[in-house]
Design a protein around this ligand. Sequence first.
Ligand SMILES: CC(C)(COP(=O)(O)OP(=O)(O)OC[C@H]1O[C@@H](n2cnc3c(N)ncnc32)[C@H](O)[C@@H]1OP(=O)(O)O)[C@@H](O)C(=O)NCCC(=O)NCCS
Length: 172
Amino acid sequence: MRAGQFGRYASGDLIHRRRMKIDYLANHPDFIPTLSKWFLREWRDFYGDKTWEDVAETFYERLNRDSIPLSLVAFEEQHPFGTISLLEESISTHKHLTPWLGGLYVCEEKRHQGIGRQLIEADVGEARKLRVERVFIGIRKAENYYKKLGWQVVEGANYQGEDITIMRLDLC
Ligand SMILES: CC(C)(COP(=O)(O)OP(=O)(O)OC[C@H]1O[C@@H](n2cnc3c(N)ncnc32)[C@H](O)[C@@H]1OP(=O)(O)O)[C@@H](O)C(=O)NCCC(=O)NCCS
């Protein structure tokens, strides 16, 4: 799997160089409670009265390494920073499109350091390995961010009362 240089941390006079890794969540199921709690807090309206244990069930379904659905996790030592999944279905109004990058999340303290982009690239790499011809993503904003990464707009849609853009990345 990919391993990306995460950067430098200053602590007193010391500068620690640490290495962030991205790996299959299947190799790190201990991270599932943390990821589930992040998701519940971020998408409370979507999950309604579900508990983090309910959310965890969806992660357990994604513990694959060579088939969809699969999840990846970005982490350093025992600390997860973010996650992304490759899913058969995502936006329920668009079941005719498949597969999807979904469940992209980076913890608040680690945002704007390119971890999201690395997770997207790693997930696209997994799709390529599985010989997928194209992948989709549904986003609420940041269209230009995806365009710069080679994605193109498929169409706008309204999903759960919110305007979203469905984008596509061709892999061959
Ligand atoms: C979206 C998110 C994963 C980006 O993580 P990140 O590690 O900060 O990403 P990067 O450092 O690669 O890129 C940062 C930029 O891209 C934006 N971005 C990337 N993907 C995005 C998306 N799907 N939706 C909204 N913004 C996105 C970030 O907001 C940020 O914008 P800015 O720096 O121009 O203000 C993170 O902000 C997050 O977890 N947000 C809450 C959950 C979420 O919205 N997930 C996306 C669902 S489609």
